[in-house]
Write a protein that binds this ligand. Structure first.
Ligand code: UT7
Length: 334
């Protein structure tokens, strides 16, 4: 479904926050765990290091810190939050949802809370959901959080995936726009369930409930057909990006910052090349944090806002792609 956006109620991001766990895992560390090297990881992915959560640190712990930082930057009290959406594929538990755990930690006592499952696309799906609910006029303060503890679903014996992922959380507070500016201008979300087998965590759900066999077969870890995922990621993100720009009546040259999902620097460069978009205007953090799935975009956004790259009035394009397959793009004025 696609939407262009001259809405009666304009919707924007009032505050951002993020959190990365302290522990850092470098490419050299990984080369002691599996048959890989700093040279291979850096040249094939662009990644050098990633943050890994403590054993006692769950997704909601990271999400709550990011959420508190977003509320502080927006100047909004936790009790005024109407809704908490946590986009994650690594919830604390299957139920209750992680958003309720965040609610309890931050004191968002008047909110209702749910998790959103769209893997690496979850944050933009959440932002799109928040936009729809705010445009309805019913809700005013929506926390959208992307938070992941990918290290707990990573097979540390599989060099094809374990070098890619990291942990962390990013959050935004979404509100009806008070002042100038257009906020979210246009979006385009998509899914293709026929390709679900290419990226999945098979064990522990209703298809393959947890058992000794699922553990022995390592079904509780991420499985990925890297090459095919790579190609689809490039095409889907590039096309979705073009689509939102044309819906918004904007050209590539109108975009000040591109914030793509951070899966692989070669994917990002391929998208930028297709659009003749300069890499200097792409916000990347995968060098330092790896692929944090649903947290990738909100962490990159928060970093760019806090270090002053993104300024009021800038036009931002974000594109995402993940398991499902799911993908999406959104253009907004900061
Ligand atoms: O976030 C959701 C979306 N995720 C993505 O978009 C990820 C998309 N995929 C990718 O980023 C890439 O496919 C990978 C980084 C996962 C893999 O890169 P690739 O260039 O597609 O490598 P490949 O899978 O085709 O493997 C090439 C070779 C293989 O060896 P042979 O068969 O040619 O002898 C692999 O066994 O590289 C080998 N290899 C490694 N070698 C050293 C795979 N992983 C490693 C490794 N270290 N970590």
């Amino acid at each position: 479904m696609a939407q262009s956006a001259e809405q009666t109620i304009r919707v924007g991001i009032a505050g951002t926050g993020s959190y990365l766990p302290e522990r850092i895992l470098t490419n050299d560390d990984l080369s002691k765990m599996v048959d890989t090297s700093d040279e291979w990881i850096l040249s094939r992915t662009g990644m050098s290091e990633r943050h890994i959560a403590r054993d006692d640190e769950a997704t909601s712990d990271m999400a709550a810190v990011a959420a508190q930082r977003a509320l502080e930057s927006a100047g909004v009290a936790a009790e005024d939050v109407d809704l908490v959406i946590v986009a994650t594929c690594t919830p604390d538990m299957i139920f209750p949802n992680t958003a309720c755990a965040v609610q309890e930690k931050i004191g968002a006592t008047n909110a209702y809370c749910f998790d959103l499952s769209a893997a690496c696309s979850g944050f933009l799906y959440g932002l799109e959901t928040a936009r729809g609910l705010i445009v309805s006029g019913i809700y005013s303060n929506v926390l959208v959080i992307g938070a992941e503890k990918m290290s707990c679903i990573t097979d540390w014996e599989d060099r094809g995936t374990c070098v890619l992922f990291g942990d962390g959380a990013g959050a935004v507070l979404v509100q009806p726009l008070q002042g100038e500016g257009r906020g979210i201008i246009s979006s385009a979300m998509g899914s293709d369930g026929t390709l679900g087998d290419l990226l999945k965590l098979p064990g522990g759900g209703s298809r393959f409930p947890a058992s000794n066999a699922t553990v022995n077969e390592r079904l509780h870890y991420t499985k990925m057909g890297g090459n095919k995922v790579f190609k689809n990621a490039v095409v889907c993100m590039a096309e979705a990006g073009q689509k939102v720009l044309s819906q918004a009546g904007l050209e590539v040259s109108d975009v000040d910052w591109l914030i793509p999902h951070q899966a692989n620097m070669r994917i990002i460069k391929a998208i930028a090349d297709r659009a003749a978009f300069p890499m200097e205007k792409v916000c990347t953090n995968l060098e330092r944090v790896g692929n944090i799935s649903g947290a990738s975009v909100p962490v990159a956004l928060d970093e760019a806002v806090r270090d002053g790259r993104i300024k009021r009035g800038d036009t931002i394009l974000s594109v995402v792609f993940g398991a499902g397959f799911t993908w999406g793009a959104m253009v907004l004025e900061w």
